[in-house]
Structures are given as structure tokens and as C-alpha cells.
Design a protein around this ligand. Sequence first.
Ligand code: LHQ
Length: 261
Amino acid sequence: MVYQSINYFVERGVATIAMNRPETLNALNDDMLSELYDAIKRAERSREVRAVILTGQGRGFSSGQDLKSFQHAGEPRDIGAHLDQFYHPLIQRLAELDKPTIAMVNGVAAGAGMSLALVCDLRVASDSARFTQAFVRIGLVPDSGSSYFLPRLIGYARALEMTMTGMMVDAVTALQWGLVNRVVPQDHLVEETTRLAIELAEGAPLALGMIKREIAYGLAHPLHETLEREKDFQIQAAETDDHQQAVQAFFLKKPPVFEGR
Ligand code: LHQ
């Protein structure tokens, strides 16, 4: 697939996927949503890619659903079908991607654009990033996973405040609330995020994939089941060459090299 609405490139094991409709603050239209899905699939299938950065070109991360393109010949489109066709597969695929994902939030993240940032494993925001659950401001409700991820990240009370008011949350508040992992000056955003992504790309890929699933499992299951799941994953992790070699490297006082075996 040739991309028109996103950029995709891979460097040092990191795939960067950049939404590229800056004139709309990267509003999500059908083409961009299809391309994002394809790019995630591509990153998933590539052996070279071991971490993914999702970001936006220009001064916005994403302003959410493109409200202009959603109006079709004056008739409102079927929102349920639209969510089923575009958003749900994309959110699900990102959530289940067996590789670490980082949202590099370069500016405003609104509505479903904020949902895209939330589904990533980590969020690094620039000091000019802003977050709004814009849905309510146009009489809609959170979608694309916002009602799932937001209370898990920032708690029930703050999630309700954000979703019921549509308030704009700045980067400093987002950091205090645990909405983002790090805030860095705009000028250092790419450098800092790339450094983190490379660190993850050089990490133990099989363990990282399992960690992602293990933490999600732990949020949704009781302790006794989580202990069992941890055990299953630990047995698998302990059997990998990566683990064996990292232990040897430890005793040799050398850095481990993880090959995903
Ligand atoms: C836009 C958009 C936009 C088109 C800015 N679309 N052009 C799922 C399924 C189906 C249907 C409905 O929704 C959903 C989920 C959702 O995502 S609902 C939420 C949709 N998003 C919004 O309601 C946010 C709308 N945008 C805003 O509130 C503001 O633009 C924010 C707060 C994001 C940024 O404000 P400013 O920094 O002041 O920028 P701006 O408003 O001047 O926008 C810049 C341009 O981008 C402007 O175009 P123009 O031609 O006037 O320069 C906007 O019209 C355009 N734009 N968001 N979602």
C-alpha cells in the first residue's frame, strides 16, 4: 500500500508512523485510518521492527475523527458501521501488537485522536501537548477505547471529569495525572522519544511482548489467576535463548544482545 496520509519509516529497529494531514491537525479520515491499520500490520510483520512510535506531523497529534469528511452528501453516516470498519480493528491491533508502542504526542490529541494515544503502551508528550475528550462537546460519547484506557490510566474521578466536561488538559497536568509517562521540551521530543524507543527495540522482544500481555491480564483478573499467568509466561521466558544469553552476559559483565529467540 502506498501511503498518502501517513509517513512510515524504520530506523534502528524503530518504526515511526506519522499521521500526515497537518492542515486539519491530523483529523482521521477513511484513508488515514486504513493506512494506519496497514502500517501497524506492516510493523507487526517486520522482523526488523522491534518498537513503534506513533505521532503526528505539524502542530497536532490528532484532532480525532475528521468531522468534515464524515458528513456524506449532507446525510450523517452510520457511526456504528464506521467504528466497526475502521476504529475497532485499529485499536484492537495496536493493543495486541506484540511490540512496544509509544505515542509521541507533539500537540493536541482530541477525541479519537486521544484514544490513539491512550492505546499505546507509553506516551511521551512535548510541553505543548494538550489532551481533550472532545466527544461530549459535539454531543457524543467516548469511543475507540477511551472509556477503557482512560480510567485505567488516570482513575475514575479524573476520567469522568475529562469525559463529561471535554476539558483541555495540558502536558504538566497530564504528567501529574499519569496520563503521560514523560514530558519533554518540544525541541527534544523526537530525540528523547527515539532514545526510549531504541532502548525498547534493543530489549528482549519476546519478554516485552509477554510483559505487555501480562500487565493487561493482571488488570482484568484476580490475583490467583494472575499468578498462574505470570508463571506460564515466566516458564516461556526462561526457555528463550535471550534469557540464557543475558544471564551469561551478566556474569561476563557484558551488555546482553537480544535476538528474539
Ligand atoms: C478539523 C478537525 C476535525 C476536521 C480541527 N475534523 N477538521 C468517531 C466516529 C464517527 C464520528 C464521530 O466521531 C468519532 C470520534 C471522534 O473523534 S469525535 C471528536 C472529533 N474531534 C473533535 O470534535 C475535535 C474538533 N477540533 C477541535 O476542537 C479543535 O480543532 C482542537 C481543540 C483539536 C484544536 O483547536 P485549535 O488549536 O484552535 O485549532 P483549530 O480549531 O483552528 O483547527 C485547525 C484546523 O483544523 C481548522 O481548519 P481551518 O481550515 O479553519 O484552518 C479546523 O477546522 C481543522 N480541524 N479538528 N476533527
